[in-house]
Design a protein around this ligand. Structure first.
Ligand code: ADP
Ligand code: ZN
Ligand code: ZN
Length: 725
């Protein structure tokens, strides 16, 4: 009797055996309904065998094997297995969380028959006399205008115009004004710019090796035309009928990029997958990718788990972005999985960035990745903005705004140009610093900065747990002027309003961009020049084009220079490069003013020269000296409980059963940076090794032991290659 081994969404690292009389190996990858405890649940068949380590009498029968959609392809199952092994996460949870929600419930998925969903305008339609259409038929006019502007329009866009537009479309078809368009490959040549020399050479290099695995690091400054390079390489794949996966960090960037791709490839089916879709939309897009009907798959990190039948190329844009890393549950890095996928499929993967992550850059130095550069701006007349530091030790600062910055803002308003005030607001813990020599207190055991705990009058290392008393004078220069440093919220918006009562000021935060409509409105306002000064945090730095932006002011970036997070300087540089890159994109020459107390810091030197590589080399030297990634590999065991002591006790218990090899170091448990979240107190412990293999070996054995510890009241998770602590 055939036995199926099923992946279920339960937090134990095992598959579950069931008897399934009708099962054959054809069913591997199919969804199945099985009894589990007293419930019926959905799982995925991973193996079909004839033997089980359980006695047959004890095995239960599977209830129903779904055949509504094709079984998950082997490549996707192998991807899930890799994730489960590498991230030490139960396979069942990996598989089930990788499926669209709609496919995780017991209702079979009915695929609507594929309607040809694209239409193009005919000559007759182009020439039709619009004066013969009644003025009152607004919809007819609008639909015809849409066709005349775009040439090809898909059914979704038509429905978006108005639900009634489909009826009008039928009329147009009968009149011979529009026809169904086959999804053949056709680009709009007229809109393709001539490639710059550097762009052409990048396209040549990559396209010379499209049939093999390579990780290309495309290091291109902001505005250097990376998107155009992507478009050309995508076109080459489409010509061969292959599919392309494009990953981007932000959901708010998807509509923009989708529009770029749709304009360039008007006849190619494109889907975009992100968390903003409803469950059936996502399942539909996912299936189109599986069937090969969708040829371009755009999406945020979760899209990396899309089954794609004939994948030819993967692009990860802004590869350094932290949002590619999932922070809970299966803590995967979509960028790293993309690389695994490319290797498995034997195709190229392109990591694009103006400021690559140090991990990626280090891989270039080690000849694991190949770097290609775009070092100048692509658009005509576009130049790099000039970047200056304002030394806030010597100029007057009121409510966070320095006089030179206020003067510059006033000038831009007079010139009718927009300005952006960027507030660096990552919530860093205060560190102890000497004001005269900039010495900071560091941990002697792990070289990270110590955090000031004023209440207990001590300094603590948030990595290894080391503690010491707060010093009263600087050990370097003896100065007594040492104090906690690194916080400061500000009422910048209010101060700006006071300074510029007539200016139109728009404040943007995470919440205002989460809602799709709100964000669209904000972008409209910016583009229609209804804003003079934008105020916001990191969200503004990413990918958006603001053609009339003349000035960027950066407030309190210094906290990141002396942060306890060893990646803070890297992130700061990346963010400042990006935010500076917003200025001077079109013909407006941009100006960037950075308010800092440390204008001579090497990071600002590199920034002023727009020189990523100088900084990357310097940071790598520091990382090597301090034994931080990418020179070591890390994993974090996170624990949370209603009480901190419970979490810490659990972690101590874990330590007592750990037997690390010589190459693996297990640190003491410490409270997390964000020590309390949603009512749960959080702690973690760090494991690191200079050998990835040794670390993995340790984690595999560790995971088995962890599963055996009683964990009532505790939630724990393993985070391999953590980026946040
Ligand atoms: P990046 O993604 O590297 O920051 P973009 O792809 O947004 O840069 O390109 C910046 C600008 O340069 C865009 O407006 C784009 O249309 C333009 N551009 C790109 N390539 C060319 C080219 N070869 N000739 C003229 N303009 C170009
Ligand atoms: Zn000092
Ligand atoms: Zn330490």
């Amino acid at each position: 009797m055939p036995i199926i081994r099923v992946a279920l969404d339960v937090p134990v690292n095992t598959l579950f055996d069931y008897i399934a009389p009708s099962a054959t190996t054809q069913h591997i990858g199919a969804r199945v309904q099985v009894p589990f405890g007293r419930k019926m649940v959905i799982g995925v068949i991973i193996e079909v065998t004839t033997d089980s380590s359980f006695s047959k009498e004890k095995l239960r029968y599977a209830k129903y094997i779904f055949n509504d959609i094709p079984p998950l392809p082997k490549a996707l199952l192998d991807l899930f297995k890799f994730c489960s092994e590498y991230y030490h996460h139960p396979l069942g949870e990996v598989v089930m969380s990788g499926l669209p929600t709609r496919l995780r419930n017991s209702k079979p998925f009915v695929e609507k028959p594929q309607v040809k969903s694209q239409f193009h305008i005919t000559n007759k339609g182009q020439l039709a006399d619009t004066s013969l259409i009644s003025k009152r038929s607004i919809l007819k006019h609008r639909l015809l205008d849409l066709f005349r502007e775009s040439g090809v329009v898909n059914l979704i866009e038509i429905k978006q115009l108005s639900p009634g537009a489909v009826k009008v479309l039928k009329e147009f078809v009968e009149l011979g004004w529009v026809e169904e368009a086959a999804s053949i490959f056709k680009t709009k040549n007229s809109i393709e710019p001539v490639l710059r020399k550097e762009q052409a050479s990048v396209v040549n290099d990559i396209s010379a090796e499209t049939n093999q695995f390579n990780t290309w690091l495309l290091h291109g400054i902001t505005g250097s035309g990376k998107t155009e390079v992507y478009l050309r390489l995508v076109a080459l794949q489409l010509l061969q009928g292959r599919q392309v996966l494009v990953l981007i960090p932000e959901i708010s960037l998807t509509p923009q990029l989708e529009a770029v791709f749709r304009t360039r490839f008007p006849t190619i089916p494109i889907i975009s997958l992100h968390s903003g879709l409803n469950t059936s939309e996502r399942a539909k897009g996912w299936l189109q990718a599986l069937h090969g009907t969708a040829q371009i798959i755009l999406g945020t990190r979760l899209a990396v788990f899309t089954p794609i039948s004939d994948l030819g190329l993967i692009i990860v844009d802004e590869e350094q972005d932290n949002s590619f890393k999932q922070q809970s549950g299966l803590c995967y890095s979509a960028r790293d999985i993309a690389i695994f996928r490319a290797k498995y499929t034997n195709i190229p993967v392109i990591l694009g960035s103006a400021t690559p992550s140090l991990e990626s850059y280090y891989n270039v130095i080690n000849h694991r990745y190949r770097m290609l550069r775009l070092s100048s701006r692509a658009a005509d007349n576009a130049s790099l903005p000039s970047i200056r530091c304002i030394d806030t030790r010597t100029v007057r600062v009121r409510e966070g705004l320095s006089e030179p910055l206020i003067t510059a803002l006033g000038k831009k308003i007079a010139l009718n140009q927009q300005s952006l005030i960027f507030i660096n607001r990552r919530g860093f813990a205060p560190v102890l610093m000497c004001k005269s020599c900039t010495w900071t207190a560091t941990c002697s055991r792990c070289a990270s900065r110590l955090v000031v705990h004023l209440k207990d009058k001590n300094l603590r290392c948030h990595y290894c747990g080391y503690k010491e008393r707060i010093l009263s004078s600087c050990p370097e220069c003896g100065d007594q002027d040492i104090a906690p440093f690194g916080h400061g919220t500000q009422r910048v918006e209010a101060a700006l309003r006071e300074q510029f009562p007539d200016a139109r000021i728009l404040r943007i935060d995470r919440d205002s961009t989460r809602r799709k409509e709100a964000w669209k409105k904000i972008l409209e306002e910016i583009h229609e020049q209804r804003v003079d000064i934008l105020v916001g945090t990191q969200i503004l730095a990413k990918g958006h084009d603001f053609p009339n932006l003349g000035l960027v002011g950066v407030l309190n970036p210094d906290a990141s220079l002396y942060s306890t997070d060893f990646r803070a300087a890297e992130h700061l540089f990346s963010q400042l490069m990006q935010v500076a890159g917003r200025a001077g994109r079109a013909s407006t020459t941009g100006e960037v003013l950075v308010q800092t107390k440390f204008p001579n810091h090497p990071l600002y030197h590199a920034l002023r020269q727009h020189n990523y590589e100088i900084l990357a080399k310097m940071l790598l030297t520091e990382r090597r000296a301090a034994n931080f990634p990418p020179y070591v590999y890390q994993a974090l065991l996170r624990a949370e409980a209603p009480k901190l002591s419970t979490a810490l006790d659990f972690l101590s218990q874990v330590i007592s059963i750990s037997s690390p090899s010589k190459n693996v170091e297990v640190f003491d448990p410490v409270p997390a940076q964000m020590a309390k979240l949603k009512g749960m107190e959080r702690a973690h412990l760090l494991v690191q090794s200079d050998s990835r293999k040794e670390l993995q070996k340790f984690l595999t054995a560790w995971r088995v032991k962890l599963d055996k510890i009683s964990t009532r009241k505790i939630r724990w998770a393993l985070d391999v290659d953590p980026v946040e602590f």
